[in-house]
Design a protein around this ligand. Structure first.
Ligand code: URA
Length: 251
């Protein structure tokens, strides 16, 4: 990496950490960390071994192919009423071999326009959360409980979740991440099949199928309540520990 690029990465990384309340760093470890920040955590070697394993497990179909097949099955979905006002289906995106998956609630206005998850203001904050973890957006997979925008950003209704969520569950089965981070109450309560408040669900390790599940606040909520970012950072650190990622500011 060029010195200038390294400096910019380091600046962005420190800014993201500051935003989540990290007040000291143990240099020079973090310089190494920032260098790694520009690399995928999935090394080429790792990826090859993973692909071989997956091919064995899934009759020679890669996760990418399986996700493409699932997207095709979803088609121009009209299974629930959300299709009436949507512009685009937001299927989800990211690394099919990701060890970490983020799951939000449903697309907002920007996502509906672009057909991509978390690209609006909340998405920018999610990008910072990913960066603070020492990862890149390309390392992770991002999806939502429902794939079409609920009008006026209301919460998805029970029938909409019931119809759409089998697609999310299949995505999780294909990706089979080590850790799922659920963003906000709708996602955590759906995945954990509970009505318990997000404030009580966060801060713990739960399970969903083969994955650990860490519930945290939705980035849109964090934009409205910045004082909760330090709690979100505690949740992200739980996920980082489960993923074997180094925790900045910790010797
Ligand atoms: N909020 C969500 O829950 N998901 C998105 O994709 C964007 C905003």
């Amino acid at each position: 990496m060029e010195d200038k690029e390294l400096l910019n990465t380091l600046k962005e990384y420190v800014k993201a950490l500051e935003e989540f309340g990290v007040s000291f760093l143990t240099l020079p470890d973090e310089i190494e960390f920032a260098k790694n920040n520009n690399k995928s955590i999935i090394t080429e070697e790792n990826d090859k071994t993973l692909k071989k394993k997956i091919n064995r497990m899934e009759g020679d179909k890669s996760k990418k192919e399986l996700l493409n097949n699932l997207r095709n099955k979803l088609g121009n979905c009209k299974r629930c009423k959300l299709h009436k006002e949507r512009n685009n289906i937001v299927f989800g995106e990211g690394n099919p071999n990701a060890k970490l998956m983020f799951i939000g609630e449903g697309p907002g206005r920007d996502e509906d326009i672009q057909g991509r998850p978390f690209v609006g203001r909340a998405g920018k904050l999610l990008d910072k959360m990913i960066m603070a973890m020492g990862l890149k957006r390309e390392d992770v997979y991002i999806a939502n409980v429902v794939k079409c925008r609920p009008p006026n950003n209301r919460n998805p209704e029970e029938d909409e979740v019931a119809i759409c969520s089998p697609f999310l569950i299949k995505q999780i089965e294909i990706i089979n991440p080590t850790v799922i981070i659920s963003l906000g109450a709708v996602s955590a309560q759906f995945l954990l099949n509970t009505k318990v408040n997000i404030t009580r669900l966060r801060g713990n390790i739960h399970r969903f199928k083969n994955s650990n599940l860490v519930a945290t606040y939705h980035p849109a909520y964090l934009l409205r309540n910045p004082s909760k970012k330090k709690n979100a950072w505690e949740d992200l650190k739980i996920a980082m520990k489960l993923l074997g990622l180094p925790i900045p500011g910790k010797k």
